[in-house]
Design a protein around this ligand. Sequence first.
Ligand SMILES: CC(C)(COP(=O)(O)OP(=O)(O)OC[C@H]1O[C@@H](n2cnc3c(N)ncnc32)[C@H](O)[C@@H]1OP(=O)(O)O)[C@@H](O)C(=O)NCCC(=O)NCCS
Length: 294
Amino acid sequence: METIAQLHLDAFKITLRDIGEIDVAQLHALSVAVGWPHRDSDWRVLLDLGQGIAAVDEIGRVVGTVMWQRYGAGFTMVGMLITSPRLQEHGAGRWLMERAHELNPGSAFGLTATHAARRLYRSMGYGHEQKILQCQGQAVGSPPPVRVEGTVRAMRAEDRESLLSLDRAATGCDRSAVFRRILPVSKGQVLVRNDEVVAFALCRRFGRERVIGPVIASVQEDAIAVCQPFVEHHAGSFLRVDTPASHTAFVDFIVASGMQIYDSVTSMGLGRAPYAPLDPHGPRRMALASQALG
Ligand SMILES: CC(C)(COP(=O)(O)OP(=O)(O)OC[C@H]1O[C@@H](n2cnc3c(N)ncnc32)[C@H](O)[C@@H]1OP(=O)(O)O)[C@@H](O)C(=O)NCCC(=O)NCCS
């Protein structure tokens, strides 16, 4: 075929802007371009919570993003690293990550890596890998209930401090800002044993329909018990859960509830493990709030 015109697409000049100045519709268009299910409202939650930078081309199009949230002193969770498909493998992803590191001097970092990004993060020194399964699909209702000691009930306003302290024990991080933002838009179930909240699950609108997470519990049976009401309630609709692959009983429950293992990602840390339970037999992260929030 005869060539009638040529265009040099790799001669891009991009500049960085504060992500807070960017129209959410442009950010949404970028995440849609890489096949991510985030809605405008999911971006808004992240923009309320954190900071970030956007790479913009010469005519103002957003061609790359990276965001971060500080979880207490010394730990920063990085997420939403995206480069426009037409720009990929030209060094923009690494450049954005380097800027995110520079803008958070002295911090340790955590993130949840897709397959496409894992090699990049490893080459930047990230390790402490933990495999996370992204499970999703139409819920079919819950398999037969597990027997646990205690009572499962709907979350109440006065449970907030218990949730925060369980989350701190599970992650070793102060994620109170995340809870401030997602609690008002979440339903919650808690497990109460001896007058103490020992496990909880939250469920909120996210992506295609709803996500169950975070889920914090010391043992998998407790995690199953607090998730069961959501699976029952949302039978027939689309649910998603991101959970460490090592929690095999919990994964079996999720799959038996209608969600399939759709993809796997990797939780990674630079300078420390991203989530370090304070007690090896105590509360742990059974499901993520989201891949970007951990
Ligand atoms: C992951 C992503 C941000 C990488 O951006 P990029 O602009 O291509 O990154 P770079 O050009 O700086 O490449 C960084 C490294 O990753 C490698 N890489 C890029 N795309 C890759 C792919 N699909 N598979 C394997 N390696 C890949 C590059 O070869 C490069 O390695 P090198 O520096 O050793 O040569 C981009 O592919 C993307 O937006 N993907 C979809 C969204 C996503 O998965 N984001 C990651 C969230 S954790």
